[in-house]
Write a protein that binds this ligand. Structure first.
Ligand code: KIV
Length: 278
C-alpha cells in the first residue's frame, strides 16, 4: 500500500471523492487514524490547545511542531502527513518560511505543510512549492490572527469580506497550493469558493459543500473537556471513559485489589530462602 501524495489529494476532487481529514499529535492516535483509512492526517497547531493546554495556538513553536510531527509520521504508514506552520514561522518572510517548512519535512518527516492566510502569503506559498514542498492553504477564520479578528468569529458574512476570501483562495491555488482549508465561513460562500477552485477545499465549520472536511481529533472523541464547537459532531465520549477507567485503577490500588498474582512475577522460593539466610 503506497503513501498518499498531495497530487492524489488534488485528484480526489476531480474524481468526486470526498476527503476526510483528522488531526493527530502523537504516535498512538496517528496509528489509529491511519488504520481507520484517513488519506490525510493534519498535525495542527491546535495541539497548543488540546495537548499543551494553552488558550490559543499562538504560543506553539517550531520545536513543538517538529517533535509532534515526528511522532505522527512514525505512527502513520499510509496517510499524507501535513504539518502546520506555527505563528511567526512564516509571517516574517519567505526565506524564513522556506527554512521552517524544510525543517518540518526534513526533521519532522512531514510530507506537506499548511500555513494560514490568503493573498498576503501567496508569494511565500509559491516559494515553498517551488522548493518541492506541497502546501495546503488556510483561509477564513485563521486562528493565529485571533487578536486581529477579536475572537473566533465566522468570517465572510459581509460582501467585501466574502469576495476577499474568494480572492484569497484563488491566490493560493494560483501560487500552487494543492488544497485549501476553509475555516468558519458561511456554507453558501464555501460552495462558491469550492466551485471556483480546481484544488479541493477542506472545510471546518464551512458547511457540507467542501470537497473534504477536517476536524480536531479531541473534539470528535470528547477528549477536550466540556467544550464542543458548534461545527463538531462528537462520535465518542472518550474523556468520560478514561476518567472512569482511571478512577477504578486508583480505587483498586487504594483497596489492595490491584495488582493480583496475575500481574506479578514469581521467583524460585529456595533462592529467596538463601537470600534471607545471607
Ligand atoms: O490546527 C488545526 O487543527 C487546524 C485545523 C482546525 C484546520 O488548523
Amino acid at each position: 500500500m503506497r503513501r498518499v501524495t498531495a497530487r492524489d489529494v488534488t485528484a480526489m476532487k476531480a474524481k468526486g471523492e470526498k476527503i476526510p481529514v483528522v488531526t493527530a499529535y502523537d504516535y498512538p492516535m496517528a496509528r489509529l487514524a491511519d488504520e481507520a483509512g484517513f488519506p490525510v492526517i493534519l498535525v495542527g497547531d491546535s495541539l497548543g490547545m488540546v495537548t499543551l493546554g494553552y488558550d490559543s495556538t499562538i504560543p506553539v513553536t517550531m520545536d513543538d511542531m517538529t517533535r509532534h510531527t515526528g511522532a505522527v509520521a512514525r505512527g502513520a504508514a499510509r496517510a499524507l502527513i501535513v504539518s502546520d506552520m506555527p505563528f511567526m514561522s512564516f509571517q516574517a518572510g519567505a526565506d524564513d518560511a522556506l527554512r521552517n517548512a524544510g525543517r518540518l519535512v526534513q526533521e519532522g518527516g512531514a510530507h506537506s505543510v499548511k500555513l494560514e492566510g490568503g493573498e498576503p502569503v501567496a508569494e511565500t506559498v509559491r516559494r515553498i512549492v517551488e522548493a518541492g514542498i506541497p502546501v495546503m492553504g488556510h483561509v477564513g477564520l485563521t486562528p493565529q490572527s485571533v487578536h486581529r479578528f477579536g475572537g473566533y468569529r465566522v468570517q465572510g458574512k459581509a460582501k467585501e469580506q466574502a469576495s476577499q476570501l474568494l480572492r484569497d483562495a484563488k491566490a493560493l491555488e494560483e501560487a500552487g497550493a494543492y488544497a485549501v482549508v476553509l475555516e468558519l465561513i458561511p456554507a453558501p460562500l464555501s460552495r462558491v469558493i469550492t466551485s471556483r477552485l480546481t484544488a479541493p477545499t477542506i472545510g471546518i465549520g464551512a458547511g457540507p459543500h467542501c470537497d473534504g472536511q477536517v476536524q480536531v481529533m479531541h473534539d470528535l472523541l470528547g477528549l477536550y473537556g466540556d467544550f464542543v464547537p458548534r461545527h463538531t459532531k462528537q462520535y465518542a465520549q472518550l474523556g468520560e471513559l478514561i476518567s472512569q477507567a482511571l478512577g477504578q485503577y486508583a480505587q483498586e490500588v487504594r483497596e489492595g485489589v490491584f495488582p493480583t498474582g496475575k500481574q506479578s512475577f514469581a521467583m524460585d522460593e529456595s533462592l529467596l530462602s538463601e537470600l534471607l539466610d545471607d
